[in-house]
Write a protein of this length. Structure first.
Length: 134
């Protein structure tokens, strides 16, 4: 049986989380989807201000991502709730390993990845973050 899509007010009446559409993602990345994704849209008063989730890359890597408009950081509680929801969905979907890169332009990125259970690793001389299901 199909589960009902997750929709949530994220603690603010003007900010809402809902399953992302192809159009939502393409509007944020300015082009077509490069991979299959499972994602959610953060919208404020009907405007898409961020899209995040998991990209299923051709090499079988599942990558966490967040594409956001400037100023989304001021909705930190909503972002955190959305991230926690995404990680619960990752467990429910049976993901075993997720890889992420911390956004160098977002001061709190590494702190958030740690909160979501990611551990910092070095891959080919570059810092990355990995979440593994126990």
């Amino acid at each position: 049986p199909r589960r009902k899509p997750v929709e949530n007010s994220l603690g603010r009446p003007d900010v809402r989380l809902r399953p992302a559409t192809k159009a939502d993602i393409e509007s944020m990345i300015n082009g077509p989807l490069p991979w299959r994704v499972r994602a959610w849209t953060i919208e404020r008063d009907g405007e898409v201000i961020g899209v995040g989730g998991f990209a299923h890359q051709p090499n079988d890597v599942i990558a966490a991502f967040l594409v956001k408009k400037p100023g989304l950081e001021k909705y930190a509680v909503s972002l955190h709730r959305g991230g926690m929801l995404a990680m619960r969905e990752a467990v429910r979907a049976g993901y075993r390993r997720i890889v992420a890169l911390a956004d160098e332009n977002t001061e709190a990125a590494e702190r958030w990845l740690k909160r979501f259970g990611f551990k910092q690793v070095n891959i080919d001389g570059k810092d990355a973050w990995v979440w593994e299901r126990a």
